[in-house]
Design a protein around this ligand. Structure first.
Ligand SMILES: Nc1ncnc2c1ncn2[C@@H]1O[C@H](COP(=O)(O)OP(=O)(O)OP(=O)(O)O)[C@@H](O)[C@H]1O
Ligand SMILES: [Mg+2]
Length: 330
C-alpha cells in the first residue's frame, strides 16, 4: 500500500544523468551517473566532497548547463510525465523559476546589484505572467522572515547583510510557489545561528506548500537536521542513497562510512581528527573503475573492472561490488 502511495506522490524522477564539459584536450564526462527521485513535499540532501558533481548534476535537472561549455550526454528527467531533457526551450522557460526554482551556490552574486529588491522580485512575477503587486511581494518577504519588508523592498542588495540577501534569494525562489526548490549550499556563507533559521525556514515553506526540496551541502549536520533522505556523491557518481537513519546508523558504501567517521570525529572535537587519506579524483583522472578504489580500505581487484552498478537493495541503493550479491526482498 505504501508503495502505491509513494508512486502516486512522485514529483520528479532523474535517471542515469551524464554531463560533459569541453576542455582543451577534448570533452570529459564530469557527471557519470546521477539518479534521484523525489516525492511531493520530501526533502532530499546531496552530499559529497568538492568537485564530486553536486552542482553540475542538480543544475542539469533544469538544463542550466551553458551549451557553449558543456552538454548533457544522456539520461532522463521525468517531471509531470514529461522528459525535461527533451522539452523545448519555451517549455523549459515556463518551468524554471515557476515550477522548479534554483537557489545558486553563490546566491548573493545572483542578485542584480543595480536594481532594488522590489524591482527584482517584481520582474520574476512578470516573467511568469503572474500578478505583480507590491502587497504580494511584501507578503513573501514577510514569509521568509524579513522584518521591515517595506524598507527592504526599496533597498539595493549591497545595502543588506549576507543573511538578508540569502532570505531574499529564498523569497525570489518561492514567489511562484514552486513544486520543487533546488538549493545549492544555501547556508554555506552565513553564520551558525542564522544557518538554523534558514534551514527552519526551508522546512516550514516545504511543509506549508507541500514543496519538495533538493538541498546540496558539504555538511552532515545540515543534512541530518533537515533531510528525509540523502544521496552521497563521489567522483561524478551517486554512490549511495538512503534515509537519514539508514545512512547515519548503517551506511553501506565504504566512502559513506569514512565520511561519517570524519564527521563524528569533528563533532566530538577529538585531539587527532580522523580524515580519509588521499584526495578524490578530479574529472581528468576518472577511470573506468570504482572512483573510491584508491582510498578504499575494503578494495578488491574486481573493483577496477568497470564502474559498479547503482544497485537497489530493498528501499535503498548503493554502488559498490561488495553488495553485488545482495538481493532485494520484495
Ligand atoms: N563551467 C564549467 N566548465 C568546466 N568544468 C566545470 C564547469 N563547472 C564545473 N566543472 C567541473 O565539473 C566537476 C563537478 O563540479 P561541481 O561544481 O558540480 O562540483 P561540486 O560537487 O558542486 O563542488 P563544490 O562542493 O565545490 O561546489 C568538477 O570537476 C568541475 O571542475
Ligand atoms: Mg557546487
Amino acid at each position: 500500500m505504501l508503495g502505491v502511495d509513494k508512486m502516486e506522490s512522485k514529483l520528479i524522477e532523474v535517471s542515469d544523468l551524464k554531463v560533459s564539459f569541453y576542455y582543451e584536450k577534448g570533452s570529459i564526462q564530469v557527471v557519470r551517473g546521477f539518479d534521484i527521485e523525489l516525492n511531493k513535499g520530501e526533502i532530499v540532501g546531496i552530499l559529497g566532497e568538492s568537485g564530486s558533481g553536486k552542482t553540475v548534476s542538480s543544475s542539469s535537472i533544469i538544463r542550466l548547463i551553458d551549451e557553449v561549455v558543456g552538454r548533457i550526454d544522456s539520461g532522463e528527467v521525468i517531471f509531470e510525465g514529461k522528459d525535461l531533457l527533451k522539452a523545448s526551450e519555451e517549455e523549459l522557460k515556463k518551468i524554471r523559476g515557476n515550477k522548479i526554482s534554483y537557489i545558486f551556490q553563490n546566491s548573493s552574486a545572483a542578485l542584480n546589484p543595480y536594481k532594488t529588491i522590489g524591482k527584482q522580485l517584481g520582474e520574476v512575477l512578470k516573467t511568469h505572467s503572474l500578478t505583480n503587486t507590491k502587497e504580494y511581494v511584501l507578503d513573501k518577504l514577510g514569509e521568509v522572515g524579513i522584518d521591515e519588508a517595506e524598507r527592504i523592498y526599496n533597498s539595493y542588495p549591497f545595502q543588506l547583510s549576507g543573511g538578508q540577501n540569502q532570505r531574499i534569494m529564498i523569497a525570489q525562489c518561492i514567489l511562484c510557489n514552486p513544486e520543487l526548490l533546488i538549493a545549492d549550499e544555501p547556508t554555506s556563507s552565513i553564520d551558525a545561528s542564522l544557518q538554523k533559521t534558514v534551514l527552519d525556514l526551508l522546512r516550514d515553506i516545504s511543509k506549508k506548500n507541500d514543496m519538495s526540496v533538493i538541498i546540496i551541502t558539504h555538511d552532515f549536520g545540515v543534512a541530518k537536521y533537515l533531510c528525509d533522505r540523502l544521496m552521497i556523491m563521489y567522483g561524478g557518481l551517486v554512490v549511495e542513497e538512503g534515509t537519514i537513519e539508514q545512512i547515519f546508523n548503517a551506511p553501506f558504501h565504504p566512502y559513506t562510512k569514512e565520511l561519517i567517521k570524519c564527521s563524528n570525529s569533528l563533532a566530538q572535537d577529538e585531539d587527532i581528527m580522523y580524515f580519509i587519506e588521499g584526495t578524490p579524483p578530479t574529472a581528468h583522472q576518472f577511470k573506468d573503475e570504482c572512483p573510491f578504489y584508491s582510498r578504499c580500505k575494503l578494495r578488491e581487484p574486481a573493483c577496477t573492472s568497470g564502474i559498479p552498478e547503482f544497485r537497489r537493495i530493498n528501499d535503498r541503493k548503493v554502488r559498490c561490488i561488495l553488495f553485488e550479491n545482495e538481493v532485494s526482498k520484495a
